[in-house]
Design a protein around this ligand. Sequence first.
Ligand code: PLP
Length: 365
Amino acid sequence: MKSLTYLDYNATCPIRAEVTSLVLNIMGEPLNGSAVHSLGRKGRQYIEKARAQLAKAVHADTNNVIFNSGATEANNTVLKHFEKGGVLVSATEHPSVLQALETVTIIPSTASGQVDLNALEKLLEAEKPALVSIMIANNETGIIQPISEISKLSRKYGAFLHCDGVQALGRIEINMMEMGIDFLSISAHKIGGPQGVGALILGLCGETPTLLNGGGQEKKARAGTENIAGIAGFGLACEIAEKCRQEYTSKMHQLRTTLASELIKIKRDIFIYGQDCEHLENTLMFHVPNISSQTILMALDLDGICVSNGSACTSGTVKPSHVLKAMGASDEEASSAIRISMGWSTQEEDLHKFIKSFKKICDRI
Ligand code: PLP
């Protein structure tokens, strides 16, 4: 890891040292949050502390935080609960939303990557769905959705609003009450916490979607022995991310601005997605005309640089990014975009290494 340059934070993020040490410490004891004995009580304390840390970060009621295995589970839990009543999802959602149900209605995106609000209103009027599911910020492009406006529209037509907040947590403010979010999915491993732990947070709507039944854990809303070490690590990661958020945002803004101007210097015809609307400062997705993203990714990898493309690669075949396609990109554009995503341990030097290597690759090709 030391010799690698990691610029793929939207996929997963290095765990913070303080979190690792807390997690390892807790894993050394047989804690079980449901037991009556002292180790049970100790386990419960860790869970309840983390519940309060998460609730504070997103302005929710502590009792409304339900821990689970991650955002894929949280997204599936909410969508399956509302399946019968009808669900609208935006075209740029993560696959864990798009593929949670057999049938959903897709809300089209504008060319700038935000939900088409006119189309949303027409669909709400025509279909009277039970749920609208729209992510706060996109994992590929970093584009931020106008959640408060979407919430007002959804409410006007009697639909609940679910938001996948995975990429937004710790990067922009999430105020569930002010934004009018009824259900929020979040995940620990995008903010310096451990993998395999996440949460579904309920707003004030009074519905409790449940996917797993069995033991009465997590207020009977999510059965299964709690991953106490993971939950405690999530709580700590969340607290640190929130504490550092403003400083982090300005650092990311500075790094992203440098990166954008250097990219254009290397190749004038590079197109950067999301420049004309609100976007996450840690994410920069761009398209290099006439050079395949696979070629670039492999060449960067040889130089020890880890970045991603938006396209899914299954069995050696590159599928164009559904996010870019929804924004009107051609197959060629949607198959050849590169995503740089930065995070808490990214330094200017990482970007310099990337820029140097990328320039060398472009010159050669
Ligand atoms: N939603 C978004 C926007 C994501 O980026 C991801 C992770 O890639 C997920 C959901 C799934 O999260 P998890 O890995 O916690 O299941």
